[in-house]
Design a protein around this ligand. Structure first.
Ligand code: DP6
Length: 421
């Protein structure tokens, strides 16, 4: 490498999805390695609508590791970044690019610096799990750049050290994070259960809730729960192990009623242990509760669940509909109860897979205003409307795991300088 010019820049771009847990991870047994107190299961969301894109570059002209997130430089000093970088570097191998005349040996990687540029295709402020997609993408792209030979399961154990939920973003479809037993965390990895084609009828609608106050981070929230909640141990040791078995079976059999019952119960129990924390943590707000009410009422009136709901460490609702028809009927109900503010156009109010909106027969704001009250609402109770309580909806579906983007025009870093474009 020494004889080569200092000019070259070698880079790789990848895209990784985010995920939403249907059996929640909440509580650690090791804070540094990020080891969970229970297994969890998630569904990966379609990266077309929610994903992180990351370009990583290496050049002998870089004099320190640097990172940009959503076009702003951020510090890599934190332990989580450092743990991921160290673990990936330790597994780096020889890399040769004959066309560019670049040769990097396994040893060289210890002294070479990297530039990382990461971008989310969804608003970070929306409180959607950006760290899951972010760390999965960081680890995946660095592994490709450094010719790391480990499979995605092994890489998931590295992404886990960035953020627990990130390990599940190394795969598409439904994914289980096995908590593991080893003290060093080597068996605390993500395992793919079924790919995204297995249950492709499912449609996911995310309701991004407005007026958000500062929330307790997942990291400190779960620490406080483990320290103070009397219920968390029962959840982790008794409830979740049973639910994991039932959930895996429901997913294998595409058994929506069982899936929905488990998903809703587990979300509600996660929020119950948050409330059982001292001081109590409230992630859901009145709008979240209204969405739950709307789903529960409709499911009950249909006699069998049409939609499952789940909420992470924030007020946004993630609704999983059994099929397109159910998603369409759900969206009509949501738009009836939560119409947009008058200054919001429909095009920016329902984003992602807009074909659901078309199926619902809604083309413009007049169609929203003309929506009849859902029949399950009894005539005696006037139908309530909560205009502006939701910022927007994202329509999506289960999606694939991380991929390399080979089209160089998609790189976020300049191939000449290795700096953000
Ligand atoms: C409620 O993975 O964000 O979304 O491991 O401390 O980074 P750290 O926490 P994080 O926690 C996610 C919690 C959750 C449930 C889940 O995704 O399983």
């Amino acid at each position: 490498m020494a004889e080569q010019s200092k000019k070259w820049v070698l880079m790789v771009t990848a895209q990784a999805p985010t995920n939403i847990a249907v059996i929640k991870y909440w509580g650690k047994r090791d804070e540094n390695l990020i080891l969970a107190i229970n297994d969890s299961i998630s569904v990966t969301l379609d990266p077309a609508h929610l994903c992180t894109t990351t370009t990583v570059a290496v050049s002998p002209s870089f004099n320190q590791d640097r990172m940009w997130l959503n076009r702003k430089e951020i510090s890599l000093a934190g332990g989580r970044y450092q743990n991921c970088l160290r673990e990936i570097r330790a597994r780096a191998r020889d890399v040769e690019d004959e066309k560019k005349g670049i040769k990097i040996t396994k040893k060289d990687w210890q002294n070479l610096h990297v530039h990382i540029d990461s971008y989310n295709n969804f608003p970070t402020a929306a409180g959607l799990a950006s760290s899951a997609a972010g760390f999965a993408c960081l680890v995946f792209s660095l592994a490709k750049l450094m010719n790391v030979q480990e499979d995605n399961g092994r890489l998931s154990a590295i992404a886990r050290q960035g953020s627990g939920s990130a390990c599940r973003s190394l795969f598409g479809g439904f994914v289980k994070w096995v908590m593991g037993k080893e003290e060093n965390g080597s068996d605390s990895v993500a395992v793919p259960l079924v790919d995204e084609k297995h249950w492709d009828e499912l449609v996911i609608i995310i309701a991004v809730v407005s007026s958000r106050q500062k929330e307790t981070s997942s990291t400190s929230g779960m620490r406080e729960t483990v320290e103070t909640s009397a219920l968390i141990e029962h959840r982790a040791k008794v409830v979740v192990p049973k639910r994991i078995i039932q959930m895996e079976e429901a997913i294998q059999n595409r058994d929506f009623p069982t899936f929905a019952q488990l998903t809703c119960s587990d979300s509600n129990q996660f929020h119950a242990v948050c409330m059982d924390t001292s001081p109590p943590i409230f992630y859901m707000n009145d709008t979240s509760h209204r969405v739950i009410g709307c789903v529960e009422k409709w499911n009950r009136s249909e006699g069998t669940p049409q939609v499952a709901y789940t909420f992470d460490a924030g007020p946004n609702a993630v609704l999983i509909a059994r099929n397109r028809k159910a998603a369409t009927l759900m969206l009509q109900r949501l738009l009836f109860h939560f119409p947009p503010n008058s200054d919001t156009d429909l095009d920016s109010y329902v984003i992602g897979d807009k074909s659901i909106l078309k199926d619902a027969g809604i083309q413009d704001i007049n169609d929203v205003e003309a929506l009849p009250p859902p029949p399950e609402i009894k005539d005696k109770v006037p139908a309530q409307k909560y205009k502006g309580e939701i910022s927007y909806f994202i329509c999506t579906r289960p999606g694939r795991g991380p991929v390399l983007l080979t089209d160089e025009s998609q790189a976020l870093l300049n191939p000449e300088t290795g700096l953000p474009k």
